[in-house]
Design a protein. Structure first.
Length: 567
């Protein structure tokens, strides 16, 4: 006689996401573990007087969602009340941004900083109407002369600042940008207020340091949002010394300590995997190795809830800021290859290869941020070379973003057991804008899900929040439809995948990236009870309607952490 279950689910579609994508109709959970999967008869003996029986009423039960590339602390820091929400559709124009800053200035004591995130020039009306029109410090100066303002764009690769912020940062027409950065200037050489890539550090380093209390508040805010979305696991893709001046300092190593405290206090309502970030967007291999070797990271008290599993390396920037590492130039004469800090292309290849080699030889899983076909080929070659030089079984290295995977790289990733982490909601966001930079054909191919899966590559999906909002339902819809957010046009119909394949990228494939697919990521007997319940039939839903399916229950290790069924 089995022990009575704590939870039983019945009368719906239970997507097990096992190797056959079996659909069951009932499931039992006992002591945080899945103890029965099948039909009502299979769980009947598990129902006792204290068992909570959840009638799915035709809804859907699936594994807890794993957003496998989500900046948890930064997402909280970038969200109200800690920051202005400047993402589309909250703002649709420069005038909207200016108004948001004006309102913030009225309620903020003079001299204090105003911080916001999420603006996208591709959705600002003035920029859309005139491609030469870019945000400027003068736009902000009129409403915030006494408050330094830093507004980070949606990709976190451009900051828009006012004159007060430039003054605090000591940036003027004579300032030399840090390596790999660009201080945008006008015809007279005067800074316009846009700081690109590494130049953002000029402003970031003079922002008030985030306190532990603010970091904790930010992470708690993120955890609350994720619970409501059915997300039970995520990867913090880069916390360490290299994050001191990224995303307002949210990526600094102190954030790991805050996660540890939240775990100790019983507040960590998600499973968090962490990639260390030894250095920032621009670094030499020598500096990377020195810092990585000096990081002292004690083991987690509960590695299934908080675990440092790898290292993040930056190989380049990210579109649409024309910093991807491409074989062929952008339209309009843009540079096709990214060179950092004055390096030649060959020098950058050598630096990337050495960073990858060192991290792999040190025993870490390696996740490499890289965009563009040239960059991806370079990274995949580096991963293969590192494993050949220092053989290690099942390293599970992966390419982060993987927007323009080549057939050659996909073949090598599959052969070596490496993966790729893609961002479907970013595809949805920038599809139309990318056509201006790389042309319709390359834009349609961008994030080639169909080709990668057919090549045998393990593909995980993620939001890269706060770059995009972590709504996996929109991610599923985008993988099925390939439609753009702005126009609704289809971008790359041949790269559409099926629902079962899309669900896998947010569940068992993401668990594979975590080295955890043997105990989470699918609904099978013996695995942890991390669950997401939708108030509708995902299997029967029109893909356009998937983003509107409500998340009604979230379970982490058998504990209900989000519940609207009993409200």
């Amino acid at each position: 006689m089995p022990a009575f279950a704590d939870l039983v689910f019945a009368n719906g579609s239970i997507l097990t996401v096992d190797s056959h994508f079996t659909v069951a109709s009932a499931l039992a959970v006992t002591d945080g573990t899945i103890t029965a999967v099948g039909d009502r008869d299979d769980v009947a003996a598990h129902i006792g007087p204290a068992t909570r029986v959840v009638d799915l009423k035709g809804g859907t039960l699936l594994p807890g969602i794993n957003d496998s590339h989500l900046h948890g602390c930064a997402f909280g820091v970038a969200s109200p009340p800690l920051a202005l929400d400047l993402g589309y559709p909250a703002v649709r124009s420069i005038a909207d941004v200016v108004e948001a800053v004006r309102e913030a200035a009225e309620r903020t004591p003079p001299g204090e900083w105003i911080f916001g995130i999420g603006w996208d020039s591709g959705y600002l009306a003035e920029c859309v109407a005139d491609s030469s029109r870019l945000p400027t410090r003068q736009d902000l100066d009129a409403v915030s002369p006494h408050h330094p303002v830093v507004l980070v764009d949606f990709s976190a690769h451009v900051s828009w600042v006012n004159s007060a912020a430039l003054d605090r940062a000591g940036v003027d027409r004579d300032t030399v940008a840090p390596p790999g950065g660009i201080i945008v200037t006008d015809a007279t050489g005067t800074p316009t207020g846009l700081l690109r890539e590494g130049a953002q550090e000029c402003a970031q380093r003079v922002l008030p340091a985030l306190t532990r209390e603010v970091r904790a508040m930010a992470i708690r805010s993120t955890l609350a949002k994720l619970r409501a979305l059915g997300i039970t696991s995520y990867t913090e893709p880069g916390l360490g010394p290299g994050g001191d001046s990224l995303m307002g300092g949210a990526l600094a190593q102190e954030s790991v300590d805050v996660y540890r405290q939240l775990l100790a206090d019983g507040e960590l309502t998600a499973r968090v995997s962490v990639l260390l970030l030894p250095t920032g967007m621009t670094s030499t291999a020598k500096e990377f190795a020195r810092v990585l070797d000096g990081i002292d990271m004690p083991p987690s008290n509960d590695p299934r809830r908080l675990n440092v599993i790898g290292v993040k390396i930056f190989a380049d920037g990210i579109p649409p800021n024309r910093t991807a590492w491409m074989h062929e130039a952008y339209l309009g004469g843009g540079c096709g290859s990214l060179c950092v800090g004055g390096e030649t292309d060959d020098e950058r290849v050598a630096q990337v290869r050495e960073m990858v080699r060192h991290a792999h030889a040190a025993g870490y899983q390696v996740g490499v941020h890289v965009t563009g076909d040239r960059g991806i080929d370079t990274v995949v070659d580096a991963l293969a070379a590192a494993t050949a030089e220092h053989p290690r079984a099942d390293a599970r290295h992966y390419v982060i973003h993987g927007d323009f995977l080549t057939a050659r790289s996909m073949k090598m990733l599959a052969e070596h057991g490496f993966g790729v982490n893609m961002n479907p909601t970013l595809k949805w966001t920038v599809a139309d804008l990318e056509e201006e930079f790389v042309g319709p054909e390359r834009a349609a191919y961008e994030w080639p899900y169909r080709a990668a899966i057919d090549a045998g590559v393990t593909v995980a999906s993620s939001s890269d929040a706060p770059v995009t909002f972590p709504d996996w339902r929109q991610g599923i819809a985008t993988m099925l439809l390939r439609e753009s957010k702005a126009s609704g046009r289809v971008s790359g119909a041949d790269q559409r995948i099926q629902l079962a394949e899309a669900v896998r990228t947010y569940t068992v494939s993401a668990a594979w990236q975590d080295f955890a697919d043997d105990w989470k990521g699918s609904l099978e007997v013996g695995k942890v009870a991390d669950l997401c319940v939708l108030g509708g039939d995902l299997l029967a839903a029109d893909p356009h309607d998937i983003p509107d399916l409500p998340v009604v229950l979230t379970v982490l290790g058998g504990d209900v952490v989000h519940d609207v069924l009993t409200c």
